[in-house]
Ligand binder design. Sequence first.
Ligand SMILES: [Zn+2]
Length: 403
Amino acid sequence: MIADNIAALAAEINQAAAALAPRQQQFLADLIGIRSYTGQEGPAVERTLRELRAIGCDEVWRDTAGNALGRLGHGPRLILYDAHLDTNEVADEREWPHPPLTPTVAGGAMWGLGASDCKGGVAAIVYGAAILKKLGLSGDFTLLVMGATLEEDAEGFALRSLVERDGVRPEVVLLAEATDLSLRRGQRGRCEVRVRTSGKAAHASQPQLGESALLKMLPVIQALEAMNPGLPEHPLFGRGNQVVTLIEGPNTPNSVPSWCEVAVDRRMVPGETSDSVLGGIRAVVEPLGATARIPDQPVLTHTGQHLDGPSFFPGWLLDEHHPLVSAGLATGAALWGAPPAVGVWRFSTDGTYSAGAAGLPTLGFGPEEERFVHAADDQVDLLKLQKAAAFYALFPFLYASQE
Ligand SMILES: [Zn+2]
């Protein structure tokens, strides 16, 4: 595609994004008004399916894990846009300047629970597709738009189900999490490790007959915390870290505890695996008489499917010269006159599966701002929302025109 054509297409798309902005905002307001905690996304999924039909998707369906999906076109390059519908839970409603489930427009932004994580992203990708339909545009690509489930508690599990259960394997994935209209090409990973000591129970009146698993755990906790300065380091992400976050034992205040277990929250740099993490921890805790494992995370979808899997979410980093990054830069430049900045995320996303586990090139781009994520002033700027839809409409042309 020659440069003049791209400029003309970008102008046409910018115009259509502005024309569709009121409908896009209404859709976002409706989503904010629907409570959709993780595993309870049913009504938000239904609302998204309705919008995907209304904008004229060629095919609309709900997959096994209960994600909302819409397809546009039949081209050979399969591009997936993913934004999640579930939100984190409100801790204290009195801290919110506007009621969390009442969408409110103020100061050029829409406020409400999930506006910045990630319902603004859902409204951006759905209206990217809406622009293509309104303008009657298609190309050498098939576009899949996904209102995803389960991201807050088990990021990547619902996307894994789409790829591995339902057999939909995209060539590349774009995530509409908060980037403030810039690009994100990676994230740190995270996992949970359970470390356990065993002892012997005895009545607390004669402790010399028992063996306290709790006392055995004390040096183990210190050793786990002392590992921090030696954890793997990465030039872009810095060093990983681990924190002992939880301690458990038998709920018997009058006995010597026969077992003790701690949870370790570990943050990882790209390249770390469950074997490398467990190997490092076992080398430290086994000489102290403790065992270590990565537990399974229980996951139940709103459609009743059990998707339990290891509580391991690898980090990832896309090469800065990857065609996905070049296409993102070119898309921003064509729409707004300058290429967007490129960085990495601090938080974890569905990319932990697509890029970290499945090896699918993944890029982040969204209208939301990280500072409002999981905050009581949760909001998304309305102009950024419109601009993100334009990005999602133009991107496939610039991506599919590369090699
Ligand atoms: Zn999110």
